[in-house]
Design a binder for this molecule. Structure first.
Ligand code: GTP
Ligand code: MG
Ligand code: ZN
Length: 293
């Protein structure tokens, strides 16, 4: 039988039979465990059903893509949720998500959440940032749980797809999913005002059937590294840098100290957002240091 892993807790999987939609509590079979292949939420697996809704997973089909954080496979669309306040907007974290998703070839949209918390002058600043990300090709949404305007649009966007919502703790991922589908009743929690951080309310990655597709809520996390990526991978994952790099003097220019670098030129002319360039430099440095290990 063929099913999809929709949840993983310790070594216990929930697998949905793709034909009957019945859900099984599954473990990896002994033979499969010997192959030492890991299994992820989102994997399509072959399984043998036993009594009492129990099952053994015997094989996993080839993935179209996979992410380490959050751990999930076969994603059609990633929704990056980034609060504009509480927790404060974090361009470094946003660029980190975008770099890894771009490297993994996963379509990505950005939600700027908690838009209702901005004063009008802050709103102006955020709008400039939003316009920049739009200009480099990202579809963006300004969301608030207090206004359901953009929700219909998001629902249409995710229809028929396997989607994952990701972002640090407390940005409102579960709150938004509860509005998209009020039957979900996902647990949410106030952020710690003293620390300005979320409380890691969602603990597991879980794929939830929604309309004609799937949506995964995920736990928030504060950082991630670039394991498995080279400096060139990073430079090619910054789409606008990659486009300008064709006009750099040197093939394979990393836009650091090389002469006649079009990227540095465009940063100077304010055509590339300074924070993007600074984050880029930090990421390739981190990448280099990781390699030393
Ligand atoms: N003002 C405002 N508050 C919001 C909005 N969205 C969510 N919140 C609040 O933000 C807090 C955190 O929301 P959650 O949905 O638990 O955040 P999360 O991203 O799921 O967090 P983790 O599960 O810890 O990763 C809750 O108190 C929500 O009520 C919004 O649009 N505006
Ligand atoms: Mg949550
Ligand atoms: Zn360059």
């Amino acid at each position: 039988m063929k099913g999809k892993i929709i949840c993983l807790k310790a070594d216990l999987f929930k697998v949905m039979d793709l034909d009957s939609k019945k859900i099984y509590d599954a473990k990896a079979s002994g033979l499969f465990r010997m192959k030492k292949q890991n299994l992820l939420v989102g994997d399509v697996v072959l399984f043998d059903a036993l009594e009492n809704n129990k099952a053994y997973i015997t094989d996993v089909l080839k993935r179209t893509n996979e992410l380490v954080r959050p751990p999930i496979a076969n994603i059609d669309l990633a929704i990056v949720a980034m609060s504009v306040k509480e927790p404060s907007f974090n361009d470094n974290l946003l660029d980190r998500f975008l770099t890894i998703l771009s490297f993994s070839n996963i379509d990505t949209v950005i939600l700027f959440t908690k838009w209702d918390l901005l004063t009008s002058s802050e709103e102006e600043q955020m709008n400039t940032i939003c316009r920049y990300y739009e200009s480099i090709g990202y579809k963006i949404f300004k969301t608030t749980t207090k206004d359901k305007n953009t929700i219909e649009e998001i629902i249409n966007l995710i229809d028929n797809k396997v989607c994952v919502i990701t972002g640090q703790s407390g940005v409102g991922k579960s709150s938004l999913l509860n509005i998209i589908n009020p039957n979900l009743n996902l647990e949410t929690n106030d952020i710690s005002l003293a620390l300005g951080r979320g409380k890691h309310t969602t603990r597991h990655v879980e794929l939830i059937p929604f309309n004609n597709g799937w949506i995964a809520d995920t736990p928030g996390f504060g950082t991630m590294d670039f394991r498995g990526m080279s400096e060139t991978d990073i430079s090619q994952s910054f789409t606008e840098l990659f486009n300008y790099s064709k006009e750099c003097k040197y093939n394979g220019c990393l836009h650091k100290n090389e002469p006649n670098c079009m990227v540095k030129e465009q940063v100077k002319n304010n055509n590339i957002l300074k924070s993007r360039y600074d984050n880029y430099l930090q990421f390739i440095e981190e990448c280099k240091n990781l390699r030393k290990w």
